[in-house]
Design a protein around this ligand. Structure first.
Ligand code: FAD
Length: 493
């Protein structure tokens, strides 16, 4: 990039300047993300770093510049609302570090951990750990997210009820702070930074390495899908399953609301006959729900006995329980396969698709009210997408971390993962707002996950007084010029 085209470039060291790219195509690409909701906030330039030191050097330049500029790390750009944008500043293309020496994923089988670069995709981390017969305890549903982007949020999936969100498995981090310092932190060392960065929305520093604990993993997974026509039965069974101790229950519990007679379309799991049978059920009933479960196993006879015993205690529609035995990798990578299938069967060009997603944590005590209210809101608009709904145990979440979650012992994650065209995304966005207003009116203390607020007042309310004060102090310590991750709109408009 040539100096002199913009005032702050004069303050950038030549070795970093040569790694900045500002051609139209590049900046346009980094002004877009998975959500495709906004694309009008391009960065001035994109940094393609060769090493974490380049990131530190860029941040130090930004701090020393006459007019400091904002900086955002971009993991895989899988945010929905521009959270990894840096309007007029610099976006760091973390993917550039993935091809680096040794791929920056290293497993210690003796000490049961993996060191992974913040830029790494979970799929690559998993493939490497499985080579050692090890895996993480808790996983996100989709493995094409980055380590740094996920740990900046929380990382939720069907194993959270037992092992906590992904942030709970982190043992140590290397962080490049908003002042450009490289700091190693853990629960024992610089613990304020460690807990602050986990769920910290990229506000305190760039995660350049995470050490994550591993455990031996059984080779196979029994993957189950059970159908319900009664919401109370669904949540009763989900809550029962997440109350069971380690070896007695399912290892994975999720759930889904099938909207408006939605057809199942998953040839990877269901045979044609099974799909027809389920689609008859969804045509017959207004609302159908799916409980998705999994049990990890080595011995078929042991898993047969365990699953049979558990199914007897559940209240799904008789003869609507389906199961399949798959390898560990196939199970954990299932959503990628589903997503690719969905994309290939779409009538619209996937680049025209918008994803106005809304993710909420809803306290158990109000989940019925929430469900009734949202069914009412959704019934007239016929949305397309997936609605996930499943409970988690609060005692698996660490209060010291920045990540925000409700007060109650059990809370649900409810994820409205809408797929819409350019023409109708605003309708779904309005519907999301209606759901949020409904919660507000009814006093349902839901918390947004992957939150999309644009005013500091809303963020303060989201964090609550105590957490906000702590977060503010951390921000002043580690990113006093508020340069990092402006796309979250917490400290910058
Ligand atoms: P980005 O979207 O690129 O970045 C997210 C935020 O983190 C930005 O503010 C960015 O500046 C910051 N950031 C990125 N890298 C770093 C870093 N190294 N250090 C510090 N800050 C950084 N979430 C779940 O919890 N569970 C799921 O199962 C799940 N499934 C998903 C499936 C799909 C198809 C999609 C699109 C999203 C899903 N998500 C899920 C949401 C996902 O966790 C978030 O989008 C998250 O942001 C990770 O995406 P990313 O790695 O692309 O990060």
């Amino acid at each position: 990039m040539a100096a002199g085209t913009s005032s702050w470039l004069d303050d950038i060291a030549p070795e970093i300047l040569s790694k900045l790219h500002s051609d139209g195509d590049t900046v346009a690409r980094f002004a877009a993300d998975y959500g495709s909701i906004t694309n009008d906030a391009p960065p001035a330039a994109v940094l393609r770093p060769s090493s974490p030191e380049d990131i530190a050097a860029l941040i130090r330049c930004a701090n020393g510049a006459k007019s400091p500029f904002s900086i955002a790390a971009r993991g895989n750009g899988h945010s929905a609302h521009g959270q990894a944008f840096a309007p007029g500043g610099v976006v760091i293309d973390m993917a550039e570090l993935r091809g680096g020496s040794g791929q920056r994923i290293r497993v210690s089988a003796e000490e049961s951990y993996v060191d992974a670069g913040g830029e790494q995709l979970w799929i690559d981390v998993l493939e490497e750990t499985l080579r050692h017969g090890l895996s993480m305890r808790s996983w996100v549903d989709y493995l094409y997210l980055t380590v740094g982007g996920t740990l900046s949020n929380a990382g939720v999936g069907g194993m959270v009820f037992r092992h906590g969100p992904l942030v709970s498995s982190v043992l140590e981090l290397d962080v490049i702070t908003g002042k450009g310092e490289m700091i190693t932190c853990s629960p024992e060392l610089n613990s304020d930074l460690f807990y602050g960065v986990l769920g910290g929305l990229g506000q305190l520093g760039v995660i350049s390495r995470a050490r994550i604990s591993l455990c031996p993993t059984p080779a196979k997974v029994r993957w189950l899908r059970l159908f319900y026509t009664d919401f109370d039965n669904l949540i009763r069974d989900q809550e029962f399953l997440i109350s069971l101790r380690d070896t007695t229950g399912f290892d994975f519990v999720e759930g889904q609301v099938l909207l408006n007679h939605q057809q199942v379309d998953d040839p990877n799991f269901f045979s044609i006959e099974e799909a027809e049978k389920i689609n008859q059920l969804t045509a017959e009933f207004n609302a159908v729900y799916l409980l998705e479960g999994a049990v990890l196993f080595d011995s078929t006879s042991v898993v047969d006995q365990k699953v049979e015993g558990l199914l007897k205690q559940l209240n799904f529609v008789p003869s609507f329980a389906f199961s399949k035995d798959v390898g560990h990798l196939e199970f954990l990578n299932r959503v990628y396969v589903e997503e690719e299938h969905r994309k290939s069967s779409m009538a619209v060009d996937p680049s025209q698709i918008r994803h106005p997603w809304l993710n909420l944590f809803v306290p158990k005590s109000r989940i019925r009210d929430f469900q009734t209210g949202t069914e009412g809101i959704l019934q007239n608009i016929n949305p397309t997408g997936v609605v996930l709904l499943y409970p988690m145990n609060r005692n698996r979440w660490n209060e010291n971390m920045t990540v925000v979650f409700p007060e109650e012992e059990v809370f649900y994650t409810v994820e409205f993962l809408w797929t819409s065209t350019e023409e109708d995304w605003k309708k779904l966005d309005a519907c999301n707002n209606e759901i949020l207003e409904f919660c507000h009116r009814q006093g349902i203390q839901a918390k947004q996950y992957l939150a999309n607020y644009t005013s500091q007042t809303d963020w303060m309310e989201h964090f609550g007084e105590v957490k906000w004060e702590k977060f503010l102090q951390l921000k002043q310590t580690y990113d006093p010029k508020a340069l990092l991750s402006p796309g979250q709109h917490i400290f910058t408009k």
